[in-house]
Design a protein. Structure first.
Length: 549
């Protein structure tokens, strides 16, 4: 699609949601459709404002993620993708039966950018209510009648409702009307001028490729079809390719709260950017603290190895250029795959499985946040086979490279049962080696050459942080999910004494965690953007992630 000169051109995206067991053929929705009484089919449309950057037709019409969410937990009831024409059929499981007068979020998320990996995303939101006559929403007050629409106006109303504890879901039903569904009525204490201003801000964000919901996909909570584990608990999941079994860890969906103003939020001793487990009882959301939802994916339990790697050898496979699912594996007590470029690591992950990709910065951050909100210290091989801060934590040394350890071998005398503090959960159910051993390429974040500004999927944010020990995490709405440093200075215990490196000559992609010789500078918050994506180092590797959204 060519760049437009007008600002309010609309792109229609068809939306069809089924809450029944019967699957029907997807069709383009009729915006004037009337849903039969007691019919659980929801039909509607999403309208994105024209973007201010060039995009192909495929960018803006295809592959939108549509998710039905429980509003209190952000757990996905069902999720699906649009087809090439922008329509889809989403059928929640047969056990789904909405309670009378219950409320849900319906979210449409469009990935943008055109790259094979690491696209940005833009989202719209509305509130649904199940009534005795069918679905009602922000754009149709009577259940089963009228049109369910997602656009910047419904998104503004839904976000204000979510941010204001004094506003109930019932207060926003039917509050948007008009031929283009762009007329918002006042509700509770929120005036029409306030709503108009918020809508304009959301349109501006979308046009600048900034997601008003936090530049993120909704945490899906959708496990692999053959995973019988508990969706609310960390647990192992195994996948076999070419007769080789790899182990991944399910990361359950969870909420966490970042302190923007710790004192006002009730945590005067905490530095800015710290994450906590419990919603603050003082302060205002998105002013003094912010809520984010993480999880809903599988992380490689160990750093990636070549498929033919063993305890005594790194393997001799041709690498990611093979383009084969048998290129890599994820197993304990193997030589990890180092000396790999960012592009080769990304290609190896994509080749492994249709649901696989190189670990993203927001996924790494989810593990770091989990550790932080649960008060855990993650130990690692950051001092040639042991931990700098506790030399009793030791690892099985890799015979091929001095200082490097075999995957997942950290232990300490006295750790019994499932205890293991070299994982992000402090147990054997967690993900190993996030602190030290190999630096790990991540997919989402880089830096702009010369300026050093953070780039999210290649988009310059205009924000940057000087190199040094991390003293605060960024609380900017565009960056908080990515675990980026906000300020640097003296060693800060809350962030483990972790360090942030930056060089601007050829900075493209970020790697995280530190290596076997970083010492106390390594850790789950440790970040580095000072190498081009083409660099290879024995202490630089990666790990894949599986997502079934």
């Amino acid at each position: 699609m060519r760049k437009r000169n007008w600002s309010r051109a609309l792109l229609a995206l068809g939306v069809t949601l089924l809450a029944a067991c019967q699957v029907v053929e997807p069709t383009r929705p009729d915006t004037q459709s009337v849903v039969r009484a007691l019919d659980t089919v929801v039909r509607g449309q999403g309208f994105f404002p024209e973007r201010m950057t060039a995009a192909t037709g495929t960018d803006v019409t295809s592959y939108a993620t549509v998710t039905l969410l429980e509003p209190d937990t952000n757990r996905a009831i069902a999720s699906g993708l649009t087809n090439a024409q922008g329509t889809f059929t989403l059928a929640p499981g047969g056990t789904f039966s909405p309670a009378l007068n219950s409320y849900y979020y319906l979210q449409v998320t469009k990935r943008i950018g055109g790259a094979v990996t690491g696209d940005n995303q833009l989202s719209l939101l509305t509130v649904l209510k199940w009534t005795s006559t069918g679905w009602a929403s922000i754009t149709n007050a009577v259940g089963g009648a009228g049109s369910i629409v997602l656009n910047p106006t419904t998104t503004a109303v839904a976000l204000i409702d979510r941010e204001d504890a004094a506003t109930a879901y019932a207060d926003v039903i039917g509050k948007v009307s008009g031929a283009s569904f762009d007329v918002a009525a006042a509700f509770t204490t929120h005036t029409v001028p306030e709503l108009t201003t918020r809508v304009a801000a959301i349109i501006a964000q979308l046009q600048q490729n900034v997601d008003p919901l936090g530049d993120r996909l909704p945490a899906s909570g959708i496990m692999a079809p053959d995973d019988a584990g508990d969706v609310t608990m960390h647990h192992d999941y195994q996948m076999t390719k070419g007769g080789v079994t790899s182990t991944f860890v399910w990361i359950p969906v969870f909420n966490a709260y970042q302190l923007i103003d710790p004192t006002t939020s009730g945590y005067p001793a905490s530095p800015v950017g710290v994450w906590v487990k419990t919603k603050p009882t003082t302060g205002t959301e998105d002013v003094h603290w912010a809520r984010e939802t993480f999880g809903g994916f599988y992380v490689a339990k160990y750093e990636a190895s070549r498929a033919d790697a063993v305890q005594g050898a790194a393997g001799t496979g041709a690498g990611a250029t093979v383009g084969s699912a048998t290129t890599l594996k994820v197993q304990v007590r193997c030589v990890p795959w180092g000396s790999v470029t960012w592009d080769a690591a990304a290609a190896a992950c994509l080749a492994y499985d249709a649901h696989a990709h190189l670990m993203r910065d927001e996924e790494w951050t989810a593990l770091a946040v989990w550790s932080m909100i649960n008060g855990l210290t993650v130990y690692g091989n950051n001092n040639a086979g042991k931990d700098q801060n506790d030399a009793a934590v030791t690892f099985i040394v890799d015979p091929n490279q001095a200082g490097r350890a075999l995957t997942g071998t950290g232990t300490k005398a006295g750790w019994t049962g499932a205890t293991n503090f070299t994982t992000h959960t402090g147990t054997t159910a967690g993900v190993y080696d996030l602190n030290g051993n190999l630096w790990e390429w991540n997919e989402t974040i880089g830096a702009v050459q010369t300026s050093g500004n953070f780039a999210v999927n290649g988009v310059d944010t205009g924000l940057k942080t000087a190199m040094g020990y991390i003293t605060a995490l960024s609380t900017d709405s565009r960056l908080r999910r990515y675990g980026l440093p906000g300020t640097t200075g003296a060693i800060t215990a809350a962030f483990g004494g972790d360090y942030y490196w930056l060089a601007t000559a050829a900075s493209i992609k970020m790697y995280r965690g530190g290596s076997w010789y970083q010492g106390g500078d390594a850790g789950v918050w440790c970040t580095d953007i000072d190498d081009a994506r083409t660099v290879t180092k024995a202490h630089l590797g990666f790990r894949p992630v599986l997502s079934f959204r």
